[in-house]
Design a protein around this ligand. Structure first.
Ligand code: 5GP
Ligand code: ZN
Length: 142
């Protein structure tokens, strides 16, 4: 089955072999390669072969395939590089920090004091407010 592509997309070009990458793995639905701007050594990306920009539009099976590839890469990173931790990160939209509009999951090894700003201090929310949002989302899921 052929996947949608966008001729102007950098990841579509990598999938098509038009731009080189350090390819870690490839299967029918996905490719994984090293990020050119690693936050830490071993930072890699698991990428859908098809051009779907965000999590809301990618077919569930394809998202599952990207998650499987991210898991395989994370396992290799953990075994081989022994980081203190690994974040899997998947951004949707510029407001979430997405710079390439082609769905991918970052596999980000963590190092002590690496200044990667992903962690936040939990602060208890307003229960009534949580419930209002909960009801809206529950209705959207019905
Ligand atoms: P986003 O910001 O969309 O979550 O992540 C996009 C990632 O793709 C960035 O971490 C960026 O460094 C990486 N990236 C952008 N262009 C290229 C490229 O041409 N090759 C590789 N290997 N990574 C890229
Ligand atoms: Zn693309």
């Amino acid at each position: 089955m052929s996947h949608p592509t966008d001729p102007n997309c950098i990841f579509c070009k990598i999938v098509a072999g038009q731009i080189p990458c350090f390819k870690l793995l490839e299967d029918h639905e996905t490719i994984a390669f090293m990020d050119v701007n690693p936050v830490n050594p071993g930072h890699a990306l698991a990428v859908a072969k098809g051009h779907w920009p965000t999590v809301d539009v990618i077919p569930p099976d394809m998202l599952g395939a990207v998650a499987r590839s991210a898991q395989r890469v994370a396992q290799a990173v953990m075994k081989e590089l022994r980081p203190v931790g690994v974040n899997l990160l998947q951004a949707n939209g510029a407001g979430a920090g997405q710079s390439v509009a082609h769905l991918h999951i970052h596999v980000m090894p963590r190092r002590p004091n690496d200044d990667v700003m992903l962690n936040w201090q939990p602060k208890p929310g307003d229960k009534a407010e949580i419930e209002v949002i909960y009801k809206r989302l529950k209705a959207a899921l019905a």
